[in-house]
Design a protein around this ligand. Structure first.
Ligand SMILES: C[S@@+](CC[C@H](N)C(=O)[O-])C[C@H]1O[C@@H](n2cnc3c(N)ncnc32)[C@H](O)[C@@H]1O
Length: 414
């Protein structure tokens, strides 16, 4: 097998000065988002116009939005209902004129609305995470959006609302897990949800203006977003031309907790409380199960697990559970990818109990076992991606070690 790797200097994948919030990507933050420049370059390199692109861990839909602009059809799958809503909005071009009219209606309502106290949300802990005044303001905004006509228009405003919920909550900013501000910070914190929302909608409409212009009219690339688990992909065998994706780097407990990040926005939007709480459990390796007979075939994984088990049996078992589920997803990817189609997987190597996990090499090995040939790997340093840069695996205060600082972009071919 011919393995080609690209080293520093040959092709720059860092995109250090690139605007990663361009056009519709500005609409909502999301943890470990794939920057649009990477998605775009991979789609252009490895597919033709009219192709079907799949992102089985689509998150906020960065790959899907870029596919649309490049005239590729796209399918996105994610277990997180909030991610699916953002991805839907990021792949649904709407005329800025329509949005501005709807915005006018919402603003008019916000001027004279008085909140019926009976209608305040009652989900668990709402008053712990939001000040009473904020709860009233958010309720008024949500009611004004609910009254708009057209699901696509409402969804656009719901996503702007979700971004607002995050910034007016009592969660510490800059964290993806739920940590409450200190009592001192809470006293000083006096958010204005109306102002925040108006600012977010204005930015969203500007983003949509550019996205809408880039989506050539009359030449419609279709996008579908499915809420589901990529361990079972509801697509026919051989129906996908290209896969571009960035799976979670590890289980949700010790890396990124997408469910926690999304929890309060999702509850405000009215998603089922149980579904919202189950996101992290459903995430790869989240419902930690002890595998009696392992199905994963990777020698490198076996060797790494043997190192981890010397330090922590529990961590070794959790890591094994994560890779077992990743194997199931990869096996589905190899099934739906057509012959000679490419799969581009963006992944970072982390450490578990101070043992480096060569996740990129494990994925290459697993891919090979599943009939996907390794074509090449591009390496990149991550300038700003929001992921846990440093954490202490033993959870000892003050002890830190680097977990993810580089990314590998692995290209496999069916
Ligand atoms: C690294 S993020 C993807 C970010 C995305 N590329 C973006 O630009 O927003 C990984 C995503 O995988 C999702 N996920 C985790 N386990 C999953 C599973 N078994 N099936 C489908 N999605 C899953 C998480 O909810 C999360 O949104």
């Amino acid at each position: 097998m011919h393995v080609q790797t690209t080293l520093k200097g040959l092709e720059d994948w860092t995109f250090r000065d690139a605007n990663t919030q361009e056009h519709i990507h500005v609409i909502h933050p999301y943890p470990a988002r794939m920057i649009p420049q990477i998605a775009r370059r991979l789609i252009e390199k490895y597919s033709e116009r009219g192709a079907v692109v799949l992102d089985p861990f689509c998150g906020s839909g960065s790959v899907l939005a870029e596919a649309k602009i490049l005239r590729r059809h796209s399918v996105g799958i994610d277990i997180n209902p909030l991610a699916c809503l953002i991805a839907k909005v990021k792949t649904t071009p709407i005329s800025p004129k329509i949005l501005n009219n709807a915005f006018g209606e919402v603003r008019k309502k916000l001027k004279r609305i008085s909140v019926n106290k009976e209608k305040l949300p009652r989900f668990y802990n709402v008053n712990y995470w939001f000040k009473a005044k904020t709860v009233e303001e958010l309720t008024a905004i949500k009611n004004a959006i609910d009254a708009l006509r057209g699901q696509d228009v409402r969804d656009f405003f719901y996503v702007c609302f979700s971004k607002t919920v995050r910034s007016v909550s009592l969660c510490r900013s800059g964290e993806y897990k739920l940590y409450r501000m200190s009592e001192e910070e809470i006293k000083r914190f006096n958010p204005d949800a109306f102002k925040e929302f108006i600012k977010n909608v204005k930015a969203g409409i500007e983003g949509m203006r550019e996205f809408y212009a880039r989506c050539e009219q009359g030449d419609v690339a279709r996008s579908i977003v499915i809420r589901g688990n990529s361990r079972r992909i509801p697509l026919k065998s051989g129906s996908v031309d290209l896969i571009v994706t960035s799976p979670p780097y590890g289980d949700s407990r010790t890396t990124v907790a997408y469910g926690q990040f999304s929890r309060y926005s999702s509850l405000w939007l009215g998603f089922e409380e149980r579904d919202v709480r189950d996101v992290d459990k459903a995430s790869l390796g989240g419902a930690f199960v002890k595998f009696k007979s392992r199905n994963v075939r990777s020698k490198i994984l076996d060797e790494t697990l043997q190192e981890i088990v010397k330090r922590s049996v529990k961590r070794a078992e959790e890591t094994e559970a994560f890779f077992s589920e990743l194997w199931e997803c990869l096996s589905e990817l190899s099934r739906v990818l057509r012959e000679n189609g490419y799969a581009c997987i963006v992944i970072g190597n982390r450490t578990v109990s101070r043992v480096k996990m060569p996740t990129d090499q494990i994925i290459m090995e697993m891919g090979n076992e599943l009939g996907l040939e390794h074509v090449r790997t591009y390496y990149r340093r991550i300038p700003t991606k929001c992921i846990p840069w440093a954490n202490a695996p033993e959870n000892i205060a003050g002890l830190k070690c680097e977990t993810i600082a580089n990314e590998s972009i692995i290209v496999l071919k069916a």
